[in-house]
Design a protein around this ligand. Sequence first.
Ligand code: ADP
Ligand code: MG
Length: 691
Amino acid sequence: MNVTELFACNVFNDDVMKNSLPKEVYNSLRKTIDEGAPLDTSIAGAVANAMKDWAITRGATHYTHWFQPLTNLTAEKHDSFIEPSGDKVIMQLTGKSLIVGEPDASSFPSGGTRATAYARGYTAWDPTSPAFVKEGTLYIPTVFVSYTGETLDKKAPLLKSMTALDLQAKRLLKLFGIDCRKVATTVGPEQEYFLIDEDVYLKRKDLILTGRTLFGARSARGQELEDHYFGSLKTRISEYMRDLDETLWSYGIFAKSKHNEVAPAQHELAPVFTTTNVAVDSNQLMMELMKKVAKKHHLVCLLHEKPFEGVNGSGKHNNWSVSTDTGLNLLDPGEAPEENPRFMLILACVIAAVDNYQGVLRACIASAGNDHRLGADEAPPAILSVYLGDQLGALVDSIVKGRQYVPKRPVPGSIGVPSSPIFPIDTTDRNRTSPFAFTGNKFEFRMLGSQASVADPNIVLNTIVAEEFGRAVEALAGAKDLKRACRSYTETLLKEHYRIIFNYNGYGPDWEAEAERRGLLNNKTTADAVPELFKRENIDVFVRQGVYTEKEVLARANIQLENYAKTIAIEARTMLEMGRQDIYPAVNAYLGELCSVIAAKRAIGKNLPTDADMVLAEKLSSLNEAFFRAMETLEQGLASLPEGAAAAERAAHQIVPDMEAMRRLSDEMETLTSSRYWPYPTYSELLYSVK
Ligand code: ADP
Ligand code: MG
């Protein structure tokens, strides 16, 4: 296999465009892609035709507008290229079909922005993300809006947030005499996932219906030996990874590193970073392909945030940076950040954004699945804070406390083995416990859930940082002595927002209390986190930056709450079904056997001891009774759950604890019941299913 030839062979990328489009058309399209110039619709016909011709050479017969409704998935509706021509057909893609589509919008979540009677929605081509051919269809990335112009997807606001950041960053850079055509954010999302054997998976209703195990006593062997992380790959896994890499490469996705993660059966895949909008599309496509390729290998790829209790769950690290088209990374501190007022100002703006909008950042990554991870010693807590590392941490401390700063420079290091090379040791160590960590020349937002779209957190990051850039420009524009004004503005920001900086162990028990003293938010569940979006100042930032209208913010918050409540309700109903139909009867059947044994032993009349059998029978009997009651409680709770977003609060604070109680009882019974009777594969079978 020739990787360079394979790479992006399914993508209508710059190379293909350059070769297949007339020069003026290509240049005009490039201007739109690179600089955000409005699309010249008169070139659409030529582009559509070239795209179609190329797609046919890749085996396509259909095309689809590919969009990202307010679920975490993508949506598509395929149309063939055929047009009748006499008795025959011709293959056609018109400029209009490339630019707009009209899928019925009524069955997608809209949070009330669109009355069902007005079903019309439009998809509009997003030329900034390349089209590709998959399984015989040309996929055209699009945005999705309603008839009345409200956005119904994650792509439109993402593009708007990128525009907002571009605008404000350019204004800010201008103050420093830097002119550039475009400032864009870049994102590299590291993706965690589990792989289990398909046969075992198919025996678990909970995994099939909810993506996670709702019952299951812990395996005798968890992750305590710390032997899985970076461990050597099992053959079946490495074959899967190889197949996946090749598939991803063919779609132009820069799959770069892969390794075993901390939990048994857990792995990670990280692509090379790229422009945010392309990174978001790639991550959506990547998640889909991860599942598809797994099927080919008789495996199932679990993207849920917490498939198994007792071992680590999966997240996604959003590596985020801001760069100009001239290649300047605004988050690069350089050798001497203390002498770089521009960098320090930008850093202070990001810190201020995280502090001012901590509620929004927490809300944008909130979901039923992610609630299990945050603060559970495997992911950052639900509290936002910023980690700066030794060098910047010391610099910021010195500014805030008015102390002398002693610069720390990279020192040549050696690992102490004579033959090993001397290399510069980084000035910052890594901190794995921080939700928002500075890592050299980017920030790593680590609270994201593994199955969620990365669009939402990036919409928020771009918007709130654009806002802080805007405020900085307003404060500094017209300053007589810019250097001084900048230093003093930076100092003020850092002092005001010092509370959000935390350079220590975010998993430690003291941090929660300390964060509370600092007045930081700690919204533990989605039901508590999302209502932050109803606050005036949080709505306003989106409206001011032109990313959402007020109606859109409220609609999205409501969808998120509703979705959360629905997810919990599905999980609860699945538990009830499993409990009533499988677990309760299985324990009873085993109890029946135990009782027969006791009766048989006694019937012999030879004083065979039955004490142990009695203890076990009594214990299981009372546990199963309690289990039955717990099911009734859960059922009643479900029956009285209100409709819509209003259900979130009750789902979080009543249904979830009731589910917990039911699970505890079942898990204990599992440890006491003969494996011949237990109706589901155990955690050991699930986590060690791939040999
Ligand atoms: P770690 O696992 O230690 O966090 P990795 O090297 O596995 O580090 O992942 C780092 C991620 O950060 C990669 O996806 C990489 O592409 C991404 N990244 C590197 N530089 C940038 C940047 N300037 N902007 C956005 N992402 C970046
Ligand atoms: Mg990381």
